[in-house]
Design a protein around this ligand. Sequence first.
Ligand code: SAM
Length: 282
Amino acid sequence: MDKPIASVSRTRQILNSRGLRARKNYGQNFLTDVSVVARAAEASHCQGAVIEIGPGIGSLTEQLAARSRHVTAYEVDERLIPVLAEELAEYDNIEVILEDFLECDLNSKTEELLKEYGTVSVCANLPYYVTTPILFRLFEGPQEIEWITVMVQKEMADRFSAAPGSPEYSALSAECAYLYEVKKLFTVPPGAFSPAPKVDSAVIQFHRRKNMRAEEGLFELIRACFQQRRKTLYNNLKEYLESGEKARRLLEKAELAEDVRAQSLAPEVFAQLYELGKGMEL
Ligand code: SAM
């Protein structure tokens, strides 16, 4: 029996026999640690259908296919399409799509998969150069994608999962925490990849809260509240609302002190501010 694709020897054989080199501009760092790949797949709630972004040579795809009813994998590098077809030939539950994930029609694909398989989750070792746009595409995408489990740079994982009051807490963390319960599952050293990235990585998981939508107006307000991190909430709001008077009234309604800073506020507080602001027609 073949070794898993994620093993060092099989990865080497797949790449060398075809004269393939990882492409930096596509953020290609292939996972070569079977236990890391298996752990991520196992944690991903992938029983129904699972969407993978960037299957590479198939290390995670293989582990997902063994655990789910169906895998849909989006890959931009056309060189890898025949490799995936050959290396994963024994699985009949994988669809590889040659397309930039940022361009795909995520809503209709999710709808199609839901009808057929009941649940849709996402699991991926993300290309680091497009981590934020890919995650925001998912956050703004269908709510039915309940679980997202992804490998990202550790520093990004820290920012996404930061709690109010901690130095890493930002507009990004507040937006994320509003939509998801966010958990950092485990960290992964550079040696688990080939080629090795310069930084540590981490697997992070997002579990969608019920009936929470990525509202453009709310997210705009959150970003405005963090606009100048050293300024008070009042000062940031004053600029955003273009009026000190409006900012003061809004804070009063929300029963917040003028010297409070966005850094210390839970996502629900921003949501409350947003609702109060709508009511006051600011
Ligand atoms: N999943 C493989 C693994 O863990 O070994 C490869 C992960 S590698 C970090 C990222 C993969 O995403 C590469 O295969 C790369 O070609 C692909 N990729 C990069 N940008 C992409 C995009 N916009 N849409 C889809 N795939 C992309």
